[in-house]
Design a protein around this ligand. Structure first.
Ligand code: 0L1
Ligand code: MG
Length: 262
């Protein structure tokens, strides 16, 4: 690691304050160009520790930047991983206060809920499907704390991969009844289709993103516990939203889910 504990704690406090006060900041690698991957995940862990100390609960995990559309949109080439806590969760059809966020965008996600724990290394699509209880559709609201969404990968990992809000819902389905690669996904904003894709946009198969997450955690001696909900990453580019927007997502065979911005 290149950063000491005091710097990691200070950067975590800074980024979390930006999140809680809806203020943007410059990417942290501008001031800490030597920051490495372990530092980036240590800052993310410290943000989580701060939230847990205030009573938050982890209610899911996420993979981000798992589709070529998203990688191209953000000019990066590797997936990243983050956490989801209860305060991020919006009820089905519920409201997100736009003013609590900086410059939110929405993206369509295929979400996995596990019935068995997954521990890397060596996880693959087959292990993920065997460990999955069901999948369901979700909309992730991302809100990078970095000005104009300008960041590098280490800065975005430290910022908990831009996680801000999410909604899951629709119709849960067992994976043995689905081909997750050909699942059609249509996201609408105010009744107009703004993002259209299929599951294979996520690393060829959305379960591959969950396997990558398990292998990533395995390297750190951790596992994905049974019961965890995992967002496998935006199927399409993310779409900017404003107050007053209504967003709905339909995923083939999995029904629909929605939220609105007030
Ligand atoms: O969930 C995601 O794909 C977002 C990852 C972070 C990058 C971004 O803010 O777009
Ligand atoms: Mg996402």
């Amino acid at each position: 690691m290149a950063l000491d504990k005091v710097t990691i704690a200070a950067l975590a406090e800074h980024l979390e304050t930006c999140e809680l006060q809806a203020r943007d900041t410059l990417k942290i690698t501008d001031e800490h160009p030597g920051m490495d991957w372990d530092d980036a995940y240590a800052i993310q862990d410290e943000i989580l520790r701060r939230k847990l100390a205030r009573g938050a609960r982890v209610i899911g995990l996420k993979a981000g930047l798992t589709s070529h559309a998203k990688m191209k949109q953000m000019g990066v080439d590797t997936p990243v991983f983050g956490f989801l806590v209860d305060s991020f969760c919006v009820s089905e059809g519920g409201e997100v206060k736009h003013g609590e966020l900086i410059h939110p965008k929405v993206e369509p996600e295929i979400c996995f809920v596990l019935k068995h724990a997954l521990k890397g290394p060596g996880c693959h699509i087959g292990s993920v499907l065997a460990a999955t209880d069901f999948v369901l559709p979700g909309i992730e609201v991302i809100d990078s704390r970095y000005r104009d969404f300008k960041f590098d990968l280490k800065s975005v990992v430290a910022d908990n991969t831009s996680a801000a809000r999410f909604v899951v819902g629709g119709r849960a389905q067992r994976v043995d009844r689905l081909d997750l690669r050909t699942l059609g996904v249509v996201m609408e904003k105010n009744g107009e289709a703004v993002a259209i894709g299929a599951g294979a946009a996520v690393l060829g198969h959305p379960a591959a993103a969950v396997a990558m997450l398990a292998n990533h955690l395995g390297k750190r001696g951790r596992e994905i516990p049974a019961g965890t909900m995992i967002m496998s990453g935006g199927v399409t580019e993310a779409v900017a939203v404003e107050a007053g927007d209504h967003v709905s997502l339909r995923v083939q065979g999995l029904g629909s889910v929605s939220l609105r911005f007030a």
